[in-house]
Design a protein around this ligand. Structure first.
Ligand SMILES: [Zn+2]
Ligand SMILES: [Zn+2]
Length: 340
């Protein structure tokens, strides 16, 4: 786990931050105001446009664009995730639930109330050569019809797959109450193994999550059923087509570096360099790939709450610069041909 030395920054309002044209190390915003670590407001005076200008270091670590809520497999509802982000000292956040945008409205509303800059997010599943590849999407239009159709398909696939996994568990002699489980999660738009493992621990069917994944639900396990998925480059095109920026999530977990050149051609904007699952060597490796392919070296906590733990919100932060770079890439995608 990486401990960050955090500059103490405060933020007010929720307008997007922009970089000053005259001085690129200075950020401007109508309502967001950053204060430097010494607590003094080093206001540099209004720009010609009338915007307030404040001095913010480009490497201010206040951004986490990889967070999960109970809209997918996170522990806390979207509102609570935003409250925790605020108390962890973050200023720019996103909610990136698996294959769903169901939590975005609630999160956005709460972020606005708390004065956090909020970015639309999603973490879409895909498959390459039998390996699971996660792609993060940011800044996209959640109402994009093609994205909506794919999320609906994933939701249906997830329900069918869950039914099969429950059947397999019963066949394996695990006395799980299938109807009770499905009733409890009837509203989950992105039902998955996280829900199932949490339920099984709560009902004392197994002692912990590791046991479930080791014995039953891990990839290749006897109760594991593969989710029917699209390919990573299809996901990248879907996100960019919806006006967003696509980032390859935790690439070391999918061990699929060979797909990166193809994803770049499809419009990939970023790659996660910092992630709890990536050690210093992996980070160096992915940082070098980011430079090689002109990708934004992103990162985030991938916090799902305290479960499976440890609670990581606030421990993996990105500089403001990365947020701005990624947003610029999304804008470039928006200016491309629109499909809708
Ligand atoms: Zn992931
Ligand atoms: Zn994630």
């Amino acid at each position: 786990m990486v401990e960050c030395q955090l500059p103490k920054l405060d933020v007010v309002g929720s307008n997007p931050i922009t970089r000053s044209k005259k001085n690129p190390s200075v950020y401007a915003s109508r309502r967001i105001r950053f204060f430097p670590p010494n607590g003094r407001r080093e206001e540099l005076g209004p720009m010609a446009s009338g915007l307030q200008v404040f001095d913010i270091p480009e490497d201010a670590l206040v951004v986490d664009l990889h967070l999960h809520s109970s809209a997918s497999d996170g522990e806390y509802p979207p509102r609570r995730v935003m409250m925790r982000a605020k108390s962890a000292g973050l200023s720019v956040v996103s909610l990136t639930d698996h294959d769903t945008v169901a939590g975005l409205d609630e999160a956005r509303e709460e972020a606005k109330r708390l004065g956090l800059e909020f970015v639309n997010g999603i973490e879409l599943s895909s498959v390459h050569g039998g390996r699971l590849v996660h792609i993060l999407g940011h800044f996209f239009r959640p109402e994009d019809p093609e994205l909506g159709a794919q999320m609906k398909k994933y939701m249906e696939n997830r329900r069918t797959r869950m039914g099969e996994m429950l059947e397999r568990l019963l066949t394996l002699g695990v006395p799980i109450d299938k109807d009770d489980f499905l009733r409890e999660y009837s509203r989950a738009s992105s039902i998955g193994r996280g829900h199932l493992s949490a339920y099984m621990v709560r009902k004392n069917l197994v002692s912990n999550r590791e046991e479930i994944f080791g014995k039953y639900l891990g990839e290749g396990g006897p109760a594991y059923v593969e989710l029917e998925m699209i390919t990573p480059d299809e996901v990248v095109k879907l996100i960019t087509g919806a006006g967003g920026a696509a980032t390859l999530a935790h690439p070391n977990l999918s061990e699929s570096d060979e797909i990166i050149p193809g994803l770049v051609l499809a419009g990939l904007a970023g790659i996660e360099v910092e992630h709890p699952s990536q050690d210093a060597e992996a980070r160096r490796h992915y940082h070098a790939l980011a430079e090689q392919y002109g990708l934004v070296p992103m990162g985030g906590s991938d916090c799902h709450g305290a479960r499976p733990g440890p609670e990581r919100i606030g421990q993996f932060r990105q500089p403001v610069r990365n947020f701005l770079d990624l947003r610029r890439r999304a804008k470039a995608a928006l200016q491309g041909p629109r499909r809708d």
